[in-house]
Design a protein around this ligand. Structure first.
Ligand SMILES: [Zn+2]
Ligand SMILES: [Zn+2]
Length: 252
């Protein structure tokens, strides 16, 4: 019986040597069917089976039979080396700072970005370039829009600044009325400025318009004082504060 096993193992080794794995496997398995403790057959089989699990089982069987078997120990060590290097998590480097590792990506262009380069938006992290590009679409003002918005606000504010605080100051507790009258009137001026620039959005429209509004209102007061000689400072003060804040809020 043992002679047959040795012959099968020899044939298996010969077949494995020329790359006939299936043939080799049949010989080794037949040898093991006849003698399950044939160490050489287990070692031979380990070389022709495909999966690491099968190879491991072969080596473990050898070590059960021969705990010091160098070939099986080396084989298991080799299998361990093959399996341990799990592919490391992808390390990203900021597109703007090549030395800075990061885990963030711009959710619009997918570019890796570090914390410094990331802009947190309501829809997630984005790179500054994408944010600037989107803002360029959002703020579509033309160069002339700022002087136009300033001129419209200035002109209307001179009128309102000259007449509204003065007329209201003649009412009893007039200053109280200013709190109700100013916001809608200033809102109308903001709306007029917005229409004058074709409703285009400018990043600094609110700033230009509220500056022009304050200047126009003061100019109106100066004209009133110069022409009529009155200075309704309390109603004017309430007006100018509410006027500036309404313009900046409505045009922001
Ligand atoms: Zn981007
Ligand atoms: Zn960066």
């Amino acid at each position: 019986m043992n002679t047959g096993v040795d012959e099968l193992i020899r044939q298996g080794v010969a077949a494995a040597r020329v790359g006939e794995k299936e043939e080799a496997r049949r010989h080794f398995e037949e040898a093991l069917r006849r003698d399950p403790d044939a160490v050489a057959a287990w070692l031979g089989l380990s070389g022709v089976v495909d999966s690491p699990e099968e190879k491991r089982r072969c080596f473990q069987r050898v070590l059960e039979l021969e705990p010091e078997n160098a070939e099986a120990l080396a084989g298991l060590a080799w299998l361990d080396r093959q399996q341990t290097p799990a592919p490391p998590a992808e390390v990203l480097y900021c597109a703007n700072h090549p030395n800075v590792e990061t885990v963030l990506r711009c959710n619009r262009c997918n570019k890796p970005i570090c914390v410094k380069c990331a802009v947190q938006t309501p829809v997630g992290y984005r790179c500054k370039e994408c944010v600037a590009e989107l803002q360029a679409h959002f703020f579509n003002a033309q160069p002339w829009d700022y002087p136009i918005a300033a001129a419209v606000t200035l002109f209307l504010s001179i009128f309102v600044g000259a007449f509204l605080p003065w007329l209201v100051s003649m009412l009893p507790y007039g200053w109280l009325f200013m709190f109700f009258l100013t916001p809608p009137i200033s809102g109308s001026i903001a709306e007029a400025a917005r229409r004058a620039v074709g409703r285009r959005r400018g990043r600094y429209t609110w700033l230009v318009a509220s500056a022009a509004g304050v200047f126009g209102g003061m100019l109106g007061l100066v004209i009133l004082w110069w022409q009529i000689g009155v200075l309704p400072w309390l109603t004017f003060l309430i007006f100018i504060v509410l006027h500036a804040s309404t313009l900046s809020m409505r045009l922001r």
